[in-house]
Design a protein around this ligand. Sequence first.
Ligand SMILES: *[C@@H]1O[C@H](CO)[C@@H](O)[C@H](O)[C@H]1NC(C)=O
Ligand SMILES: *[C@@H]1O[C@H](CO)[C@@H](O)[C@H](O)[C@H]1NC(C)=O
Length: 258
Amino acid sequence: MAGFIGLVVLVGVAGFLSAVRCNPGCKGTDGHPGEAGSPGRDGLSGMKGEKGAPAVSVDGPGDQPVLLRLKGDRGSPGVVGPMGPKGFRGHVGASGLPGEPGPLGQHGRNIGAGQSVSQQEAQFSSFSVIRNDSTYPPFKKISFQSVVVNNPGDFNMTGGTFVCRIPGVYYFTFHSVAKVSMCLSLVADSADDKLTFCDYNSNRIYEHMLSGGAVLKLAANNKVWLESFQDEQSASDKQDIREKYIIFNGFLLFSNPE
Ligand SMILES: *[C@@H]1O[C@H](CO)[C@@H](O)[C@H](O)[C@H]1NC(C)=O
Ligand SMILES: *[C@@H]1O[C@H](CO)[C@@H](O)[C@H](O)[C@H]1NC(C)=O
């Protein structure tokens, strides 16, 4: 708009100058040409042109290199294909670093046997003990006065009891000699029933012998002993003080395999 006003002013000035007339005889020197003006600013961008029509191939796909140069837009990704076959097994890797040490174990159990006891001694057990008391044996556990064998010492003479040290199978046997009736039982604290044996001596003149025995399976600390018991003995039997002998024997047949 300012440029337009400037143009009007210039036209006005040109009109005023043309009104000053020069006489035919007057002459002057030419004026100098004015300085060239600075170039004007760039014009505005032109309008975008119309999109051209797509190329149409009339006969077939046409020249391959030409088609390759006419690269289209990227398509959308396709669907996922089926899973491929399993690959080959890889090589075994290098050994790993050693692990941390484990926790401390529990304390061991003392099984008693020391270095001084040989294997043969540890698996050996036998005894043979004698009661030579001439009084009639009381109706309770029998005690013994003399030892024939007690090796290594599993028969407790004080208590009159065999105490099992080696778990296993044992044979026990006893014999008694008396001129009166005698009843004895082999007792094991591991067994429910007592093994009872009786001999009835009616003539009371000749010596009678009573025997009994059994094979017993024992665990450690099981106890075995002999008892006298009341059956059909008379009162005079129990007052008899003539010679009497009872021998009690036992030994390990074999220890438990475990
Ligand atoms: C029984 O045996 C012991 C030991 O051998 C002996 O000291 C004792 O005199 C005996 N008793 C009888 C009544 O024979
Ligand atoms: C033998 O038996 C007695 C009486 O039961 C007991 O006091 C003693 O400790 C036993 N001895 C041994 C070596 O076991």
